[in-house]
Write a protein that binds this ligand. Structure first.
Ligand code: BDP
Length: 331
């Protein structure tokens, strides 16, 4: 065993004290961030955020501590967005749809049949148009950090298979809190009822609504298929998810920390997408295995045609019209 001499012991003790000091200094500097998501801990959006939290913790030795409150613990998406604007929640992951009334530019991504494919959508989100939309949040009290995938949404209901818009005549369909979604359902002949995701199962079961629309993973893990066993692969909209931060909180951070957060958010995107692609497949298989009545040979044209007035209405602003043209031009 090595015996230390007195000067060595002094220097060791000084070292320990200093590191003790720096630990306490570090503890004072710790930045605690609270993030919200309505989805459960193993949903790809939450796991994407968890990878962001891990990266931030590693890169800062635990100084930036991102804690995720999943499962809607902090409220539904409309609430968490409003609370984030006032600085009560630091980060929230929501669909872009509830942002439509706050940031008009985000409405473009809620327009039905806008993206031609997942590849097209990812290319737009990963390019300058994506950055432009993220930046458009800033004057509204939010910082757009990144986009996550939400696949394509399709119609489901408690009554009968939907093949054409005529099959939706008079149906009460739940939508997210977005006027574009409300108008989309009206254009298809249904009556839209906006409500939070957490209320949908019960409303379907009680018959307050006849249907809703969502991607395979949300339809499956929410178990909506138990009460609404008719799923038609209309793929009418591909509205992405947004990872957004409170601008109030953002402005309290140093430039370096802002950069770390932005980078960790962006770096979590490929992680999320890998999980997402696998999850879409697994959920689709689970739905088929559950015996849901699936219509997957839909002729989309009548649905696309029905959307013309919606485009007219929303694209009166030349800037938004131009945005749509630029999105369509992305190859
Ligand atoms: C899911 C989205 C989630 C929405 C939900 C909904 O991931 O952000 O809140 O749909 O329909 O696909 O409300």
């Amino acid at each position: 065993m090595r015996i230390f001499n007195r000067p060595e012991i002094y220097s060791l003790l000084t070292g320990l004290c200093l590191s003790g000091l720096s630990v306490s200094a570090m503890a004072e500097d710790t930045i605690n961030l609270r993030a919200a998501d309505i989805h459960d801990a193993d949903y790809p959006t939450v796991r994407g955020m968890a990878s962001m939290a891990e990266q931030l913790s590693e890169e800062t030795n635990g100084r930036i501590n991102l804690k995720i409150y999943s499962g809607g613990q902090l409220g539904d998406e409309k609430d968490t967005l409003e609370i984030a604007i006032f600085g009560g929640i630091d980060i929230t992951r929501t669909s872009l749809a509830p942002l439509n009334s706050i940031v008009p530019e985000t409405g473009v991504f809620s327009l039905p049949f806008l993206f031609r494919s997942t590849e097209h959508m990812r290319k737009v989100l990963d390019g300058p148009i994506g950055d432009e939309i993220l930046a458009s949040l800033e004057p509204h009290g939010l910082i757009g950090l990144a986009f996550y995938d939400a696949g394509a949404r399709s119609m489901y209901n408690t009554k009968h298979p939907i093949h054409t818009p005529a099959d939706m005549e008079g149906m009460k369909i739940r939508v997210m809190n977005s006027n574009i979604f409300v108008d989309m359902i009206a254009a298809l002949g249904g009556n839209a009822t906006p409500m939070g995701f957490g209320q949908v199962y019960e409303s379907l079961a009680l018959g307050t609504i006849d249907g809703a629309e969502n991607n395979w993973p949300s339809f499956e893990y929410s178990r909506h298929f138990e009460v609404a066993p008719f799923y038609s692969v209309t793929q009418h909209v591909m509205v992405p998810e947004g990872l957004v931060m409170s601008r109030y909180r953002w402005e309290q951070l140093s430039d370096e920390d802002q950069q770390l957060i932005r980078k960790a958010a962006k770096d979590s995107v490929p992680v999320m997408r890998r999980l997402w692609d696998a999850r879409v497949e697994a959920s689709r298989e689970a739905i088929i295995a559950a015996g849901v009545n699936i219509v997957d040979d839909i002729d989309k044209q009548p649905f696309i045609d029905a959307m013309a007035p919606l485009y007219e209405e929303y694209l009166q602003d030349p800037a938004l019209r131009n945005l749509v043209e630029r999105i369509r031009a992305v190859q």
